[in-house]
Ligand binder design. Structure first.
Ligand code: ATP
Length: 283
């Protein structure tokens, strides 16, 4: 088996007195899609912010390419080939496709002091990369990003990451808010990235999407790694149950059963049920 491209060893993260991640150990390898699953507030975003250099772990260590790393900023993470694409592609609506593709790494032309942005080159590369990802409708790099569909924006962001040599691609809910066809296209882009040997970390709430492209699955429940398994090791029902906090439902069922036993078979009244369902750790 290949060396993991990214590895977390017993990572914990707290904000003040709030413990958000506890003792998370996880790895992702080249050419693998790791799906990070979990209910709202489980800690998925916090985990990917650690992987992408937005947050430092409170304790625990991280390795990239077999070497211990400590990312102080997103720039540190990107210098190790880690690219993060945020939910809406993280692109700038009022920028052109060519500008947005090269933001921070603009190709220049002309001699100093007249060096300036090479719009034609930027546009042609951006359009070529998008077309290579199957977005053949885009032929004009001067078009504004704001006029692209959600799937096209994802393609722009993924194309950009691949063009700049990412070896780990972190995608935060890339199919949320997309129609069925667009979501399918984004899933195809993920498969293309995997075929190129890129490690993909995919955050999603959608079990179907995860099961379609995932090789490796990690489920977070209240900041802890509740399950870490590979394709074929769990059924869809088991994954759905884990994601929906199946253990919380099992606890509630046990509490209702105990109530019925203690109250001669009566089911709890609505007020009592509310008291039972109230999760003291909730908001
Ligand atoms: N900067 C912060 N300061 C304090 N608490 C935070 C901070 N960031 C996140 N949290 C808390 O950490 C917990 C996990 O949040 P996180 O955003 O990582 O969850 P998530 O799994 O990504 O949720 P969702 O699916 O809803 O996006 C939440 O209870 C959240 O309120």
């Amino acid at each position: 088996m290949t060396e993991p491209l990214l590895k977390l060893n017993a990572v914990c993260k707290s904000f003040g007195t709030t413990d958000v991640l506890s003792d998370v150990s996880l790895e992702v390898r080249a050419g693998e899609v790791l799906c990070l699953l979990g209910d709202n507030g489980a800690g998925k975003s916090t985990l990917i912010k650690i992987l992408s250099g937005f947050h430092e772990p409170s304790s625990g260590t991280m390795e990239a390419g077999g070497k211990k790393v400590c990312f102080k900023s997103p720039r540190d993470a990107s210098s190790h080939g880690i690219a993060t694409v945020h939910q809406f592609g993280g692109t700038f609506p009022l920028m052109s496709i060519g500008r947005s593709f090269f933001v921070g790494a603009e190709p220049l032309k002309g001699l100093w002091p007249l060096r300036r942005f090479d719009r034609k080159l930027a546009n042609s590369i951006a359009v070529r990369e998008m077309q290579a990802l199957g977005i053949t409708r885009i032929t004009d790099g001067d078009r504004l990003v704001g006029g692209l569909s959600g799937g096209e924006r994802q393609a722009l962001a993924i194309g950009r990451a691949v063009h700049f040599g990412a070896n780990v691609l972190i995608l935060d809910e890339p199919t949320a808010a997309l129609g069925v066809k667009e979501a399918a296209h984004v899933l195809r882009l993920i498969m293309q990235a995997r075929q190129k040997g890129i490690a993909v970390v995919l955050v999603t709430h959608n079990v179907t999407h995860a099961m379609t492209v995932g090789d490796h699955f990690a489920v977070l429940i209240r900041g802890a790694l509740a399950a870490d398994f590979h394709k074929g090791e769990r059924t869809r029902e088991e994954i759905t149950d884990l994601m929906a906090g199946g253990e919380a439902m099992a606890e509630l069922e046990a509490e209702i059963e105990a109530y019925q036993l203690a109250h001669h078979g009566h089911t709890p009244e609505p007020a009592e049920l509310e008291r039972l369902t109230h999760d003291p750790s909730g908001p």
